[in-house]
Design a protein around this ligand. Sequence first.
Ligand code: FES
Length: 111
Amino acid sequence: MIDKDLVQIKVAGPNATVVTLPAPTNMSLSLMELLKGNGYPIQATCGGMALCATCHVCVLEGYEQVGEPASDAEWAMLDSLFNTTDTSRLACQVRIGHACDNMLVKILGDT
Ligand code: FES
């Protein structure tokens, strides 16, 4: 049986590995909270306010379908990083919803 309140978020790791995380769509979770909750080392020192960039991810697949586009504040923070890509997002600003299903991300952090 398929749970309509779950989506799959894929996380790219070293050596071309990919981990698939089940993610609830009915808890208003951010992608940052999902990643932290699954043990990924994201500091999130700003608590999800788009101020620290420690949750910086590159969306490798599904960027267009993420949902809410980046806000001006998010773009300003991403612009300040040396490793921002065309498909970068701050994971704390991405709300997990059905649009995120099968999204593939790589964690870049603030380095
Ligand atoms: S948690 Fe600080 S910018 Fe996302």
